[in-house]
Design a protein around this ligand. Structure first.
Ligand code: ZN
Length: 138
Protein backbone atom coordinates (compact mmCIF):
# COMPACT_ATOMS: atom_id res chain seq x y z
CA UNK A 1 0.00 0.00 0.00
CA UNK A 2 1.21 3.48 -0.89
CA UNK A 3 0.80 6.46 1.39
CA UNK A 4 1.05 10.18 0.58
CA UNK A 5 0.89 13.28 2.78
CA UNK A 6 0.87 16.98 1.96
CA UNK A 7 -0.11 20.22 3.69
CA UNK A 8 -1.96 22.91 1.73
CA UNK A 9 -1.33 26.41 3.09
CA UNK A 10 -3.70 29.37 3.03
CA UNK A 11 -3.48 33.00 4.05
CA UNK A 12 -6.96 34.39 3.50
CA UNK A 13 -6.95 38.22 3.72
CA UNK A 14 -10.59 38.33 4.90
CA UNK A 15 -12.10 36.85 8.05
CA UNK A 16 -14.28 34.43 6.07
CA UNK A 17 -13.96 32.82 2.64
CA UNK A 18 -14.68 29.61 0.77
CA UNK A 19 -11.91 28.34 -1.54
CA UNK A 20 -12.31 25.53 -4.06
CA UNK A 21 -9.28 23.32 -3.40
CA UNK A 22 -10.28 20.52 -5.81
CA UNK A 23 -7.45 21.37 -8.29
CA UNK A 24 -4.83 21.17 -5.48
CA UNK A 25 -6.23 17.85 -4.24
CA UNK A 26 -6.21 16.48 -7.82
CA UNK A 27 -2.57 17.61 -8.10
CA UNK A 28 -1.77 15.72 -4.87
CA UNK A 29 -3.48 12.63 -6.25
CA UNK A 30 -1.40 12.84 -9.43
CA UNK A 31 1.80 13.26 -7.39
CA UNK A 32 0.89 10.27 -5.20
CA UNK A 33 0.62 7.89 -8.16
CA UNK A 34 -2.25 6.16 -6.35
CA UNK A 35 -4.98 4.77 -8.68
CA UNK A 36 -7.28 3.01 -6.19
CA UNK A 37 -7.78 4.13 -2.60
CA UNK A 38 -9.03 6.97 -0.42
CA UNK A 39 -8.15 10.60 0.00
CA UNK A 40 -8.74 12.40 3.28
CA UNK A 41 -8.64 16.20 3.42
CA UNK A 42 -9.00 17.91 6.79
CA UNK A 43 -8.59 21.39 8.19
CA UNK A 44 -5.72 21.53 10.69
CA UNK A 45 -7.37 24.38 12.61
CA UNK A 46 -10.47 24.48 14.80
CA UNK A 47 -11.75 27.64 13.12
CA UNK A 48 -11.71 26.35 9.51
CA UNK A 49 -13.56 23.59 7.63
CA UNK A 50 -13.13 21.27 4.71
CA UNK A 51 -16.40 20.27 3.06
CA UNK A 52 -17.87 19.11 -0.24
CA UNK A 53 -20.57 20.97 -2.07
CA UNK A 54 -21.39 22.87 -5.27
CA UNK A 55 -19.06 25.54 -6.68
CA UNK A 56 -21.82 28.11 -7.08
CA UNK A 57 -21.36 31.67 -5.82
CA UNK A 58 -25.04 32.14 -4.83
CA UNK A 59 -24.83 29.06 -2.64
CA UNK A 60 -21.62 30.29 -1.02
CA UNK A 61 -23.33 33.58 -0.22
CA UNK A 62 -26.26 31.60 1.23
CA UNK A 63 -23.89 29.53 3.40
CA UNK A 64 -22.29 32.72 4.71
CA UNK A 65 -25.64 34.38 5.52
CA UNK A 66 -26.95 31.18 7.15
CA UNK A 67 -23.80 30.71 9.25
CA UNK A 68 -23.94 34.37 10.35
CA UNK A 69 -27.53 33.80 11.50
CA UNK A 70 -26.55 30.66 13.42
CA UNK A 71 -23.38 32.15 14.95
CA UNK A 72 -23.10 35.91 14.35
CA UNK A 73 -19.62 37.36 14.71
CA UNK A 74 -21.03 40.39 16.57
CA UNK A 75 -21.50 41.10 19.37
CA UNK A 76 -18.15 39.57 20.16
CA UNK A 77 -18.93 39.96 23.89
CA UNK A 78 -21.87 37.56 23.49
CA UNK A 79 -19.59 34.52 23.68
CA UNK A 80 -17.83 33.14 26.77
CA UNK A 81 -14.95 31.92 24.58
CA UNK A 82 -14.11 35.49 23.62
CA UNK A 83 -11.84 36.34 26.52
CA UNK A 84 -8.75 37.80 24.88
CA UNK A 85 -9.93 36.66 21.44
CA UNK A 86 -12.86 37.23 19.11
CA UNK A 87 -13.28 33.97 17.19
CA UNK A 88 -15.97 32.04 19.09
CA UNK A 89 -18.27 32.32 16.07
CA UNK A 90 -15.53 30.79 13.88
CA UNK A 91 -15.33 27.71 16.14
CA UNK A 92 -19.12 27.27 15.88
CA UNK A 93 -19.19 27.81 12.10
CA UNK A 94 -16.44 25.23 11.65
CA UNK A 95 -18.38 22.74 13.74
CA UNK A 96 -21.42 23.08 11.49
CA UNK A 97 -19.45 22.89 8.21
CA UNK A 98 -17.28 20.00 9.35
CA UNK A 99 -13.63 19.15 9.81
CA UNK A 100 -12.86 16.78 6.92
CA UNK A 101 -13.93 14.94 3.80
CA UNK A 102 -13.06 11.49 2.47
CA UNK A 103 -13.26 10.85 -1.27
CA UNK A 104 -12.88 7.54 -3.08
CA UNK A 105 -10.11 7.28 -5.65
CA UNK A 106 -11.05 5.18 -8.68
CA UNK A 107 -8.81 4.72 -11.72
CA UNK A 108 -6.60 7.60 -10.58
CA UNK A 109 -9.48 10.11 -10.24
CA UNK A 110 -11.52 11.62 -7.41
CA UNK A 111 -14.75 9.60 -7.62
CA UNK A 112 -17.21 12.49 -7.18
CA UNK A 113 -20.93 12.82 -7.62
CA UNK A 114 -21.92 15.17 -10.43
CA UNK A 115 -21.49 18.60 -8.80
CA UNK A 116 -19.20 17.72 -5.93
CA UNK A 117 -16.17 19.92 -5.29
CA UNK A 118 -13.91 20.21 -2.23
CA UNK A 119 -13.77 23.50 -0.34
CA UNK A 120 -11.63 25.01 2.37
CA UNK A 121 -13.91 27.14 4.54
CA UNK A 122 -12.11 29.89 6.41
CA UNK A 123 -13.90 31.49 9.37
CA UNK A 124 -11.04 33.29 11.10
CA UNK A 125 -8.55 34.27 8.41
CA UNK A 126 -5.86 36.94 8.07
CA UNK A 127 -3.14 34.46 9.11
CA UNK A 128 -1.39 31.39 7.74
CA UNK A 129 -3.40 28.20 8.15
CA UNK A 130 -3.34 24.78 6.55
CA UNK A 131 -5.22 21.67 5.52
CA UNK A 132 -3.88 18.12 5.42
CA UNK A 133 -4.17 15.85 2.40
CA UNK A 134 -3.60 12.15 3.12
CA UNK A 135 -3.96 9.56 0.39
CA UNK A 136 -3.70 5.81 0.85
CA UNK A 137 -4.10 3.02 -1.65
CA UNK A 138 -2.25 1.45 -4.52
ZN1 ZN B 1 -10.77 30.61 19.73
Amino acid sequence: MKSYRKELWFNVPARREFINITPQVEECLKESGIREGLVLVNAMHITASVFINDDESGLHHDFDVWLEKLAPHEPVSGYRHNVGEDNADAHLKRQVMGREVVVAVTEGKLDFGRWEQIFYGEFDGRRKKRALVKIIGE
